[in-house]
Design a binder for this molecule. Structure first.
Ligand code: 5GP
Length: 146
């Protein structure tokens, strides 16, 4: 570990690795062979989704091109579903590299947040209601599935 708990190498015990291993529960929005999308447990706005690659990457520096492409294509699907479900055009795509930038989970992920940069809630602070997250995940998943 270096400063601020940032690992120098990929740590298999990070929370998203545990999700990919099926060790902890999450509210799934979408999954394919290279990516997984699920509801953020401490959303910065209603409908905040995370997209992760099924690759052991800490941040953008480690991400392989095929996974970078796959994450973006999944992000696009999720964003389009968010636009439909939340009836708003504005969706923030955000991604933090390193603890100095505020990254707290060291498995690469893209945030998709139905909000405005001027209204964004605090980062990873308030836990959402699990029932509401399950309902939102179901709505988004249904739109993506068509
Ligand atoms: P980062 O700070 O690394 O960019 O973002 C990590 C995100 O993961 C935060 O938005 C935080 O709310 C979310 N998060 C942290 N722990 C969990 C968890 O156990 N489950 C889910 N679904 N999201 C989490």
């Amino acid at each position: 570990m270096s400063q601020n708990n940032q690992p120098s190498r990929y740590d298999d015990s990070n929370i998203f690795a545990k999700m990919l291993n099926g060790d902890i529960p999450y509210h799934k929005v979408y999954e394919d062979d290279k990516t997984l999308a699920f509801m953020d447990i401490m959303p910065q706005a209603k409908g905040h989704v995370l997209v992760i690659p099924k690759q052991k990457a800490i941040d953008l520096a480690d991400l392989e091109p095929e996974y970078a492409a796959a994450v973006l294509m999944t992000a696009k699907k999720v964003m389009q579903a968010q636009r439909q479900v939340f009836e708003r055009e504005g969706i923030i795509q955000m991604q933090l590299n390193g603890s100095q930038a505020g990254q707290t989970v060291f498995h690469y992920h893209v945030h998709l947040i139905p909000s405005s940069i001027h209204e964004l809630g605090r980062h990873a602070v308030t836990q959402a209601d699990q029932g509401e997250l399950a309902d939102l995940a179901q709505q988004l998943a249904a739109v993506i599935a068509g």
